[in-house]
Every structure is written in C-alpha cells, then in structure tokens.
Design a protein around this ligand. Structure first.
Ligand SMILES: O=P(O)(O)OC[C@H]1O[C@H](OP(=O)(O)OP(=O)(O)O)[C@H](O)[C@@H]1O
Ligand code: HPA
Length: 184
C-alpha cells in the first residue's frame, strides 16, 4: 500500500471549505440547542473521542459560545483496519458525569456501535442528558448501533473515507477535506 497513491487516487467528497462551513453550521445548532438544554451556570461537558474526533473537536469548540469544559475518551473499534470489531476502551473520561449535560464529539457515525457504547457509558455514569455530534454520517441502509447523531455536519456514501481526523490504516488523518478511497 502506497499512501501517496491512496491520496492521489481518492475521490474528494467534501472540500476543506465545505467542511469548515459545515462545522460553522453545527456550532450554531449546538449553541441554539444548549440555550434551552443547559441549566444555568452548568457548563456543557464535551467529550472528544480519540483519535478520530481530534481535528473536528479542535475546529468546533472555539466556535461555540456555550460555556463548556473539555475532556476526552479514547476508544477504538477499527484499530487501524477498515472493518470494525469489538470496542476497545483505552481511556475513560476523567470528569464526573453525574448530573451533567454531555456532548460526545466524534468524526464519523458509521455502524453506530462506537457511539452507542459511549452514550450508554455516559448514561450509566449518571449523565443528565447525552448529545452526540459527528462531522460525517455514513449513509447506510440500516445501522446496528446508534441510528443517528444529534448534530451532523455532512453525509458521505457507503465507502471507506478518510481526512479531517479519519484514517486509512492510521494514515491520512490530516488530509484537508473528506475523501473516499478508490474502489472502496
Ligand atoms: O460507527 P462505528 O462503525 O462504530 O465507527 C465509528 C468509529 O470508528 C472510528 O474510530 P476507530 O475505531 O477507527 O478509532 P480511531 O478514532 O482511532 O480512528 C471513528 O473515529 C469512530 O469513533
Ligand atoms: O469510513 C471510515 N473511515 C475512517 N474511519 C472510520 N471509522 C468507521 N468508518 C470509517
């Protein structure tokens, strides 16, 4: 596998400008929603899902006006492969989620199994309510896990995608835009 070839042969699904505009839009939606959901003086607890959620989180959070605190989860289901397996937790959140309003931020909703496990975990920890934000939602005929996220930036077809946090065998996470691997 030559990574440069993967990049040059890939189909660009969403340009960098489109991604940035989508993140602006999600930020507005989150701010609007949190005006009614957040209790006075309570910050939103933002949990970024490593590694894929890193770049989306870094662009999204500075755009929010909602008061917030930042923590992260490290969990992986693909482990550098293009097929998912059981979710492996590498880091649970450090903040106490009891009674908190939580926003889980990830790069992609694919089969939804990762986000379903993370939402379940936050609820088990006593979160008052749990919202999810993803940069992209993969269009699948049906999803085995969480059917949809609360905040979605862009749609992608049922192909293997990379860029803006999403990897192809751990490479290409920093690709500036969202791309689909040729013939996948
Ligand atoms: O909806 P699903 O089918 O569960 O897939 C989505 C998850 O897969 C990716 O993580 P991955 O396990 O590849 O780890 P990574 O964040 O380190 O890339 C992605 O970042 C999501 O967390
Ligand atoms: O299509 C994908 N690309 C990158 N990471 C992923 N994790 C789930 N699906 C994908």
């Amino acid at each position: 596998m030559n990574i440069n070839t993967v990049l040059t042969e890939a189909d660009c699904l969403h340009s960098l400008d489109t991604v940035i505009a989508a993140i602006d839009h999600i930020a507005e939606q989150i701010d609007r929603r949190m005006q009614t959901e957040l209790l006075r003086d309570k910050p939103l607890v933002c949990l970024s899902v490593m590694l894929g959620g890193l770049i989306f989180t870094g662009h999204l959070l500075p755009k929010l006006k909602t008061p917030l605190i930042i923590d992260y989860i490290h969990a992986t289901r693909y482990q550098g492969e293009t097929q998912g397996a059981d979710l492996k937790w590498l880091k649970y959140p450090s903040v106490n989620l009891q009674g908190e309003t939580v926003l889980i931020i990830d790069d992609i909703l694919d089969e939804g199994l990762t986000l379903k496990s993370l939402v379940d975990y936050c609820e088990q920890q006593g979160a008052k309510q749990v919202f999810t934000a993803v940069l992209v939602e993969k269009q699948l005929p049906m999803r085995r896990g969480l059917p949809q996220a609360d905040f979605v930036g862009l749609l992608v077809p049922n192909r293997y995608v990379f860029g803006f946090g999403m990897d192809y065998h751990e490479h290409l996470r920093s690709a500036a835009g969202i791309f689909a691997v040729k013939n996948q």
